[in-house]
Design a binder for this molecule. Structure first.
Ligand SMILES: [Zn+2]
Length: 97
């Protein structure tokens, strides 16, 4: 009788564990499928690319050298290009970094 009770308890534990695992599995599925959606990741990548007006090269916005000229921000691939831009515009532009 005691053995039968243990088997019933064991089955209940397995059932409970399987049910909670299945619930976790169902919760995980929409997260992974939304991560793989190309529509959400593609605009973010193109948004981070900026064009260097001096040499025409595209570079990452966070790594680009910046200059504010007449209220507009310009991005450059290198310090050299930034200096060329500043030399062509004069000393009125303020460098940001
Ligand atoms: Zn450049």
């Amino acid at each position: 009788m005691l053995r039968l009770l243990l088997i019933i308890i064991l089955l209940l534990v397995i059932y409970w564990a399987a049910r909670s695992l299945w619930r976790d599995f169902k919760n995980l599925r929409p997260k992974t499928s939304s991560k793989k959606a190309p529509s959400s990741s593609l605009p973010a990548v193109t948004d981070k690319l900026v064009r260097d007006p001096v040499c025409g090269v595209y570079c990452a916005k966070k790594e680009a050298y910046t200059v504010i000229w007449k209220g507009k921000v310009y991005y450059f691939c290198s310090e050299e290009c930034r200096q060329k831009f500043l030399a062509s515009k004069g000393s009125a532009a303020s460098s940001v970094g």
